[in-house]
Design a protein around this ligand. Structure first.
Ligand code: GLN
Length: 548
């Protein structure tokens, strides 16, 4: 049943992209939760891709996978981590998804002969989805982040949909602009004009913001707050100062310094449902982080690292955050060093640099580039007893390395790279073969959460402390059952399998041989949360601390 007077907050970016709308939305959600409200976040991506699955991570950052298997934008990961929620398909939409639905509905005579138009049919479909997501979560307040920047052509229909919702429910809808205030080097002064222009442009769409979040390298002073307030017709208290800070997890606390929570509640004529104790657990987590004294050095070996620092951290954001959470709860801070595995292919002697690291991670990936270098790094980790964590591709390549160098099948490989190998220890599933032959790439991998059963007295079982787990997948290839017996005989343990026993989900080496060597076919990083670090990452970090 729909609650009466459900509230909607639309969050839009001003001036330029990349100023942290996702973190701002997550943080506002966190604050509203701490005031006793049930929130649901929605991410709108205005591009034409139907989902984020076919996009190169160097192009658009990490593809975040939901339990359902939907491949989405990395902001969905931030929402899940900040808000401690598992999100659903209805919490994400792209223009491609909406248009596809509207066009298919038209083809099926769903509009009963009407001329189907962007306005109102597309905007109505957008609103239908927004409302149904809030129903699904039975929430009090929906936070809808509209991707892109004011002035983009692609997000206009979403802003128009929001405008019509506001017209019909003036007391239940507010707009927040996350804008940017540059400080030109030659002036050393924060400039408000670009933000004023962004607001004017939004006004020209018929929308007036209620709150402006002023991002910038420094605090926004009162004089400039007043200037923005005067030019943009809002009160100075509703201009929130959001300077760059140490970590994204400090943002909710920082926003509260300018009382954004009470300002939102006041705009909605709502009162806080809790008294005090605001963000207590969150602050405990921050305190733990600030206490971290031990320092770990972990090497992340893979590809996608050669497009510059900015992009690589985006491509693996969930892995980075998962490492942070498990480190902080163990009073450690971890420095990740990104190593492009191609360097080891060019200069094999370089591999010994791995000696200086307390642990090695090989994250997920696709394709051929840098693969032999990664296999060299895994061999080094195995032989030199450096804690190793392999995620998806990192698990498959660990099986290949073991098959080549321990079992003795020197040409062991994955069908993804060398389908002619005489030992395809990683192979394609028959249904996948058909999909690829038909060039059906979109949303056709093994995606989303599946159960796995853990073998007793293994690293995996000890870490999870339970027999059945649910973890999220995103892969096309699998350990080939034909070779399992032989690999096992040589000492590798398959410690997690699908309930039928057919699919191998976790591999590891016995503790007697190696302090920590484990690979997962799934992506545990998608389920790591600040307040609930992931047990496998925690076990890995503990092993790294021991290895130090
Ligand atoms: N490329 C591998 C596969 O498709 C691994 C995928 C991944 O690491 N996410 O199975």
């Amino acid at each position: 049943m729909k609650k009466k007077n459900h509230k909607y907050i639309f969050i839009i970016g001003g001036v330029m992209s990349g100023v942290g709308k996702g973190i701002a939305s997550s943080s506002i959600g966190k604050i509203l939760q701490s005031k006793g409200f049930k929130v649901n976040p929605i991410k709108v991506d205005p591009y034409l891709n139907v989902d984020a699955g076919n996009m190169n991570p160097t192009e658009h950052g990490e593809v975040f996978v939901l339990d359902s298997g939907l491949e989405t934008d990395q902001d969905m990961g931030n929402y899940e981590r900040f808000l401690e929620m598992d999100l659903n398909d209805g919490d994400y939409m792209t223009s491609g998804m909406i248009y596809k639905y509207v066009i298919e509905k038209e083809r099926n005579l769903g509009y009963r002969g009407k001329c189907v138009e962007a306005i109102p049919h597309v905007t109505q479909e957008i609103l239908r989805r927004i409302k149904s997501a809030s129903d699904e979560h039975n929430s009090d307040i929906s936070l809808i982040e509209i991707g892109g920047t004011i002035g983009d052509y692609q997000n206009i229909l979403f802003i128009e949909a929001a405008r019509t919702l506001k017209i019909k429910n003036p007391r239940d809808v507010i707009f927040i602009i996350v804008s940017y205030l540059p400080v030109p080097g030659s002036l050393g002064e924060m400039k408000t004009r670009p933000t004023q222009n962004a607001v004017r442009q939004l006004n020209s769409y018929g929308v007036q913001p209620d709150i402006i979040i002023a991002r910038g390298v420094q605090l926004l002073d009162h004089r400039r707050k007043e200037k923005i307030a005067m030019a943009c017709a809002i009160s100075p208290e509703n201009v929130i100062s959001a300077p760059d800070i140490k970590s994204i997890y400090d943002v909710p606390i920082n926003f509260e310094k300018d009382k954004i929570g009470s300002i939102i509640l006041k705009a909605f004529h709502l009162r806080s449902n809790t008294n005090g104790n605001s963000l207590k657990e969150w602050k405990d987590f921050i305190r733990k982080r600030d206490k971290a004294k031990k320092e770990l050095q972990i090497a992340v070996v893979g590809k996608y690292f050669d497009t510059g620092d900015f992009v690589l951290s985006d491509a693996y954001v969930s892995v980075i955050e998962a490492v942070k959470f498990s480190s902080y709860w163990n009073e450690a801070s971890t420095k990740l060093t990104w190593i492009n595995s191609k360097e080891y292919e060019i200069d094999p002697k370089k591999i010994s640099e791995l000696k200086k690291y307390d642990g090695i991670i090989v994250p997920g990936g696709f394709g051929e580039s840098g693969i032999e270098g990664i296999i060299m790094a895994i061999k080094y980790a195995r032989e030199n007893k450096i804690p190793y964590l392999g995620l998806c591709y990192g698990m498959q390549l660990a099986v290949i390395e073991f098959a080549r160098n321990v079992v003795g099948w020197s040409d062991a490989h994955t069908a993804e790279i060398n389908p002619k190998s005489s030992h395809l220890v990683i192979d394609i599933m028959p249904e996948q073969k058909k999909l690829l032959a038909e060039e059906k790439y979109g949303a056709t991998m093994r995606l989303g959460a599946y159960p796995a059963i853990l073998k007793k007295n293994t690293i995996a079982h000890n870490a999870y402390d339970t027999e059945e787990i649910f973890e999220r997948h995103r892969h096309r290839y699998e350990v080939n059952p034909e070779y399992i017996e032989e690999i096992e005989k040589n000492g590798m343990i398959f410690s997690g399998t699908s309930p039928s026993g057919k699919l191998q989900e976790i591999v590891e080496l016995p503790k007697s041989i190696h302090p920590f060597f484990l690979g997962t076919q799934f992506h545990p990083e998608f389920k790591a949360r600040p307040l609930h670090p992931h047990p496998l990452f925690t076990a890995f970090i503990k092993a790294c601390l021991k290895n130090k």
